[in-house]
Design a protein around this ligand. Structure first.
Ligand code: DGL
Length: 280
């Protein structure tokens, strides 16, 4: 991204954040915490979720439509707050759009490579993200002496969406998925799907104290802040009250989305609107 592009972007413009549905709210929440002056336009593709079982071609097509929609708000940058879309579509989006776009995979991979002591890292994510081997690829670029073990955990997504964050059913399924990672003695576990931070306490309990959990949402907000600072795009002004700092759009089920969002974000979701994403 060159200087010319940065200079036509406005520091007080919003940040576009998107996900296949509600999961990316864990990333939006971190951005709200770490960058309290920023405005956010969030899009959740609730009509077409899940992305984790779809092809690269389909996820890339969906992601392009969403970026075009977010650009109608003159966003200054876009955060792909979905691991699957980051794995499958980020390269294409970066090539096709003249705006800084960051994903959640690289920041999480970087932290895991720094945190591990025994060089054994586990990644849990959707089937698509695990199949893409994207976490392995990024981690190996940073440290080729580590071993990465991937495990798809598709049932965690519906469990998190049903609000079963601390529940015997979630405990049981987590034990089944994670036992093999415990047996091979990983010391670092990447929560490589946007929903997993919601069941973090269950995952921590099962993995035990010796395993560090890496939440890419947290690392992504740090990287976003650095990137905006470097480009002089950090919003220095506190948004005035009543200026709709956070706006939410979905492709279906706005009321359900709003209820879920209000249960995890404590900054007041005023409204969520349904739009027809196929038009973009
Ligand atoms: N947001 C997706 C991810 O982080 C999980 C849900 C889905 O499969 O769409 O990979």
């Amino acid at each position: 991204m060159n200087q010319e592009i940065s200079s036509r972007l406005q520091a007080d413009a919003p940040i576009g954040v998107f996900d296949s549905g509600v999961g990316g709210l864990t990333v939006a929440r971190e951005i709200m915490r770490q960058l309290p002056n920023e405005k956010i336009i969030y899009f959740g593709d609730t009509a077409r979720v899940p992305y984790g079982s779809k092809s690269q071609e389909t996820v890339t097509r969906y992601s392009r439509q969403i970026v075009r929609f977010l650009q109608t708000f003159q966003v200054k940058t876009i955060v792909v707050a979905c691991n699957t879309a980051s794995a499958y579509a980020l390269d294409a989006l970066e090539q096709e759009f003249d705006i800084p776009i960051i994903g959640v995979v690289k920041p999480g991979a970087k932290t895991a490579a720094e945190v591990t002591r025994n060089g054994r890292i586990g990644v849990i994510a959707t089937e698509a993200t695990i199949g893409s081997r994207i976490y392995s690829q990024y981690i190996k670029e940073l440290n080729k002496d580590v071993t990465i073990y991937g495990k798809a955990c598709p049932l965690f997504v519906p469990l998190a969406e049903e609000g079963l964050w601390q529940d015997p059913v979630t405990d049981e399924i987590a034990k089944r998925y994670l036992t093999e990672l415990i047996d091979i003695d990983i010391d670092t576990l990447i929560l490589g799907c946007t929903h997993y931070p919601l069941i973090r306490s269950t995952l921590g309990k099962i993995m035990g104290d010796k395993v560090s959990l890496v939440n890419p949402a947290y690392e992504t907000a740090i990287e976003l802040k650095q990137m905006l600072e470097e480009r002089g795009l950090l919003n220095q002004e506190t948004p005035r009250l009543g200026t709709n700092q956070y706006q939410f759009y979905v492709s279906d089920g706005a009321e359900k989305f709003k209820r879920f969002a209000n249960s995890i974000i404590k900054y007041g979701i005023l409204s969520a609107k349904t739009i027809n994403i196929e038009e973009y």
